[in-house]
Design a protein around this ligand. Structure first.
Ligand SMILES: *Cc1c(COP(=O)(O)O)cnc(C)c1O
Length: 385
C-alpha cells in the first residue's frame, strides 16, 4: 500500500483547484462591476441556495453566527423568551441566542447520533418557550417529523442551525426547510464554504426575510430611514456570493463523495466494534452529508483518546474533537448556572468522540492509510476485560 504520508483533516484545494478558472472569472467580474456591497451576485446566490434547500427565501449575512442572531430577532425572539438548544453544539449556536437577547435553555443529546434529544426538548418546554433550535450536527438532520410534531403540539418556533448540513435530507425533507427559519454558515471548511466568512438565513415567511434584510443593513430598507431596532452591519460580501455561486454547482457531488468515504470508513472500521470503537450512527442514509466523520472510543476501547490522537499525528494524520467541552461547561457561560453532571450524555460524548479526516477529494489510499493506522493502534492495545 502506498503511504500517502500526510492526511490533513480538511483539504480545500481539492475543491478549488478544479474550479480555479471559473472562480477567478467570477471574482474578476465582481471587481469589474464594482458592486461590492449587496451586488448582483448576492441576490442570485440567495435565490439559488434557497432553491437547493427547498426554502422560498434566502438572505445573505456576514456569518453563521449572525444568521442565528439576526434570524432569531427577525422571528420576533428576544428578551424574556426561552430558546431550547442542545448543549453539544459549536458555541456559536449559544452566542446567537444570547445576542438575540433570549434565554438559552440547554438539553442533552442522543448517545448514538449526538443529535438533540427531542424528548428532552419536549420536557424542557414551558410557557415562556418561544423556539427550539435543532442543530443538524455533523451533517445529519434532527428528525423533521419529530420537530414538526413539537411545533404543532406546543406552538413553538423551530429555528434550524443548519451550519453543518448544506444539502442534508431526512424523511424526504431538506435541511433549511423544516422550520420557520434556518441559519447556514459558509465558513471555508463547511460543506459549502466561501473564501472568508459568510452566512445565510433561509425562511418560509416574507416578513422574516424582509426583517433580516433590514437588520443586516443598519435596520433600514430605505437609505437613511431606520425602522428596525437591533440593526447592524452584516451582509454577505458580493465577492463571497460570487464564489459560493460557483461552488454551489458542486455541492451535491461533494456531498456524494463524503457519503462514499463515510461508507468506506464504516465498513473498514467494523472489526473494531469488538474493541469498543464505533462510528456515530447514520439514521438518514445518503441524506447524511458528513460534514464530519465522527467515531466514539467507548469505555470498552483499550486506547486512550489523547494517545490515539498523538499516535495519529505522529503518523501524519490530523484529527479533531467536535467538541471537547459542551457549552454548559465553557468558562464564558458559567453565569448561566449549569453544573457538571447536568447533561450526562453530552459530557460522556465529549470525552469519547474523535473526528477523522473527511473531505471531498480525499483519496481511497488516504482513507485506507487512516483506517490501517487506527486499527494497528487499537489492536496493539491489550483488550480490557
Ligand atoms: C460553524 C457553525 C456556526 C457558526 O458559523 P460562523 O459562520 O463560523 O459564524 C454555528 N453553528 C454551528 C453548528 C456551526 O458548525
Amino acid at each position: 500500500m502506498a503511504n500517502p504520508r500526510f492526511v490533513p483533516f480538511v483539504d480545500l484545494s481539492k475543491q478549488h483547484e478544479p474550479l480555479r478558472a471559473e472562480l477567478m472569472a467570477a471574482m474578476t467580474a465582481v471587481a469589474d462591476r464594482g458592486d461590492y456591497i449587496l451586488g448582483n451576485s448576492v441576490v442570485q446566490f440567495e435565490q439559488a441556495f434557497a432553491a437547493v434547500c427547498g426554502a422560498p427565501l434566502g438572505v445573505g449575512v456576514g456569518s453563521g453566527t449572525d444568521a442565528l442572531t439576526l434570524g432569531l430577532r427577525a422571528c420576533g425572539i428576544g428578551p424574556g423568551d426561552q430558546v431550547i438548544l442542545p448543549v453539544n453544539t459549536f458555541v456559536a449556536t449559544l452566542i446567537g441566542v444570547l445576542q438575540a437577547g433570549a434565554t438559552p435553555i440547554f438539553v442533552d443529546c442522543d448517545l448514538e447520533t449526538g443529535l438533540m434529544d427531542v424528548a428532552a426538548a419536549e420536557r424542557a418546554i414551558t410557557r415562556r418557550t418561544r423556539a427550539v433550535i435543532p442543530v443538524h450536527l455533523y451533517g445529519q438532520m434532527v428528525s423533521p417529523a419529530a420537530l414538526r410534531a413539537l411545533s404543532e403540539t406546543y406552538g413553538v418556533t423551530i429555528f434550524e442551525d443548519a451550519a453543518q448540513a448544506h444539502g442534508a435530507e431526512r424523511e424526504g425533507v431538506k435541511a433549511g426547510s423544516v422550520g420557520l427559519a434556518a441559519a447556514f454558515s459558509f465558513y471555508p471548511s463547511k460543506n459549502l464554504g466561501a473564501m472568508g466568512d459568510g452566512g445565510m438565513v433561509l425562511t418560509q415567511q416574507d416578513l422574516v426575510a424582509q426583517t433580516v434584510r433590514s437588520l443586516r443593513n443598519y435596520g433600514s430598507t430605505r437609505k437613511y430611514y431606520h425602522t428596525d431596532p437591533g440593526g447592524t452591519n452584516s451582509r454577505l460580501d458580493t465577492l463571497q456570493a460570487a464564489i459560493l455561486a460557483i461552488k454551489l454547482g458542486r455541492l451535491s457531488a461533494w456531498n456524494c463523495d463524503r457519503n462514499r468515504l463515510a461508507k468506506l470508513y464504516d465498513h473498514a472500521l467494523q472489526p473494531l466494534a469488538a474493541h469498543g470503537l464505533i462510528p456515530m450512527t447514520n439514521l438518514s442514509g445518503s441524506g447524511h452529508v458528513y460534514h464530519l466523520y465522527v467515531i466514539r472510543l467507548t469505555r470498552d476501547c483499550p486506547i486512550d483518546r489523547t494517545r490515539l490522537q498523538q499516535e495519529l499525528a505522529a503518523a501524519d494524520i490530523q484529527s479533531g474533537i467536535h467538541y471537547p467541552v459542551p457549552c454548559h461547561l465553557q468558562p464564558a457561560f458559567h453565569h448561566l448556572g449549569y453544573q457538571p453532571g447536568d447533561f450526562p450524555i453530552a459530557e460522556q460524548l465529549s470525552q469519547e468522540i474523535l473526528s477523522l479526516p473527511m473531505y471531498p477529494g480525499m483519496t481511497d489510499d488516504q482513507l485506507e492509510y487512516v483506517v490501517k493506522t487506527v486499527m494497528g493502534l487499537v489492536q496493539a492495545c491489550p483488550v480490557l476485560t
